[in-house]
Design a protein around this ligand. Structure first.
Ligand SMILES: NC(=O)c1ccc[n+]([C@@H]2O[C@H](COP(=O)([O-])OP(=O)(O)OC[C@H]3O[C@@H](n4cnc5c(N)ncnc54)[C@H](OP(=O)(O)O)[C@@H]3O)[C@@H](O)[C@H]2O)c1
Length: 344
C-alpha cells in the first residue's frame, strides 16, 4: 500500500495516538503525554501505547511490545518526536531500530536539549521520517509540557469564575456561588490535570477553600496547593490540612513563585485567583491560558474578576486567541491562549 491511502491510515493512526496521549494528561509530569500507534506494512494497526506516568515505559516502547514482529517494515506513528536519550528508560530511537521500523510519522518536535534530535538520528539510520501530521492538535494536548520546556517555567492557566458584568464577588465579598454546579465540577477536572493550584492569601482568608480535587473527578495524584502572600495565615485553614500537600510562599513576586515551583518539579499551574494575584501574574506576562466560567448573573457592584495588570490603554490590552466556547450547565466556558506581543 502506498500514497494517499497510506496518508489516510497514518492520519487516522495519529488521531488515535492523540486520544491515547490525552488519557494521561495530569499523570506524567515532569514528562510529556505521548501516544503511539504501530502500523504494519499494509497500514493496519498492530500496536498501541501511551506514556502512563514518569518512570513508566515510553509510548513507543509499549506500542512496539504489543506489535511484536509485526512492527518489522512498518510505521511508528507518534504524537511527539521519539527521544534519543537514556533517562529512567532507554532511548526510543534504539527501540524503533531494533524493532525494524522503517518509517516514522510524528506530530511535534521534542524541544528538550537532551531528548530532542531523535528524528534526525533515525533519518541518518535510513528511516523514512515525516513530521507535522496533526501538529496543532498535538501541540494542544501537550501545551503545558511544551510551554514549560520552551520557557523554563511552569505553564500557567488562569481560571476565573465571573459574572456577565465581569465581577469576581459581590460588594460584601461573597462569591459563593457565582457559577452553577456543572461549572464547578468542570473546574475540578482542570485541577486534576495540573501539578499545582495557586491562590493569593486574600482568597484563602476570605473563603477558606480546600483546593482539592473533588466532585468525583479522578485524579492521578493530589496537586500541590500553593498560597502566595506575606500575611500570616491563621491555623485551621482548610488549605493547610492533610488532604493534599500545601506550600505557603511568603512573597509577592510572580517570577519568584514560578521559579520556586519549577525547582520542586511543577510544570503546570492552575491559578485560581483571586483578582489581585491574577492581575499580578497577567501583568508580569506569566499567564499562558485563561479559562473563564462566565455566569449569566449581574451584580453591578463588587471587585472586578481581574485586578490591576498594568494595562492603561487599549493598545496594551491582553488578548486571547479563543479556541473554545462551551455551554456548561447554565454557564459558558471560554478558553483561550494568551497572545504574546510581537517579539514578546
Ligand atoms: N470569582 C472567582 O473566580 C474568584 C476566585 C478567587 C477569589 N475570589 C474572590 O476574591 C476575593 C479575594 O480577592 P483578593 O484580590 O484579595 O485575593 P487574592 O488575589 O487571592 O489575594 C490578594 C493577596 O495576594 C497577595 N499577593 C501575592 N502576590 C501579590 C502581588 N504580586 N501583588 C499583590 N498582592 C499579592 C497579597 O497578600 P499579602 O497582603 O498577604 O502579601 C494580596 O493581599 C474574595 O472575595 C474571593 O471570594 C473570586
Amino acid at each position: 500500500m502506498s500514497g494517499p491511502v497510506l496518508d489516510v491510515a497514518e492520519r487516522a493512526a495519529m488521531s488515535r495516538a492523540l486520544a491515547l496521549a490525552a488519557l494521561a494528561v495530569g499523570a506524567t509530569s515532569p514528562n510529556p503525554v505521548v501516544g503511539a500507534v504501530v502500523l504494519d506494512r499494509e497500514g493496519v494497526i498492530v500496536g498501541e501505547g501511551y506514556h502512563h506516568r514518569a518512570g513508566a515505559p515510553h509510548a513507543e516502547v509499549e506500542a512496539l511490545a504489543q506489535a511484536g514482529p509485526r512492527a518489522r517494515g512498518g510505521t511508528m506513528v507518534v504524537t511527539l518526536e521519539p527521544c534519543r536519550h537514556t533517562g529512567r528508560t532507554g532511548p526510543c530511537t534504539q527501540a524503533l531500530l531494533a524493532a525494524g521500523v522503517t518509517r516514522l510519522v510524528y506530530a511535534v518536535p521534542d524541544p528538550s536539549p537532551d531528548a530532542g534530535g531523535g528524528a534526525a538520528e533515525l533519518a541518518a539510520a535510513g528511516v523514512d521520517v515525516v513530521c507535522g501530521v496533526l501538529g496543532p492538535e498535538a501541540e494542544r494536548v501537550n501545551e503545558a509540557w511544551l510551554t514549560a520546556v520552551r520557557t523554563g517555567r511552569p505553564h500557567v492557566t488562569l481560571k476565573m469564575a465571573t459574572t456577565l458584568d465581569g465581577r469576581a464577588a459581590a460588594a460584601d465579598g461573597t462569591s459563593r456561588w457565582i457559577t452553577g454546579l456543572e461549572a464547578r465540577t468542570d473546574a475540578h477536572r482542570y485541577r486534576a490535570r495540573v501539578d499545582a493550584i495557586l491562590v493569593g492569601s486574600g482568597t484563602v482568608l476570605a473563603d477558606d477553600p480546600s483546593l482539592t480535587v473533588r466532585h468525583e473527578v479522578p485524579s492521578a495524584r493530589p496537586p500541590l496547593r500553593v498560597v502566595v502572600g506575606t500575611r500570616p495565615l491563621r491555623a485551621g485553614l482548610r488549605v493547610l490540612d492533610d488532604e493534599a500537600p500545601s506550600l505557603v510562599l511568603r512573597t509577592r513576586d510572580p517570577g519568584e513563585v514560578l521559579a520556586e515551583l519549577w525547582g520542586r518539579g511543577v510544570r503546570s499551574v492552575l491559578l485560581e485567583g483571586g483578582p489581585t494575584l491574577a492581575g499580578a501574574f497577567v501583568g508580569a506576562g506569566l499567564v499562558d491560558r485563561v479559562v473563564a466560567y462566565v455566569a449569566p448573573v449581574l451584580l453591578g457592584q463588587g471587585p472586578a474578576a481581574l485586578g490591576p495588570a498594568g494595562v492603561c490603554t487599549i493598545a496594551d490590552a491582553v488578548r486571547l486567541q479563543v479556541d473554545e466556547v462551551v455551554p456548561i450547565g447554565t454557564d459558558v466556558r471560554i478558553s483561550g491562549r494568551v497572545v504574546r506581543p510581537e517579539g514578546g
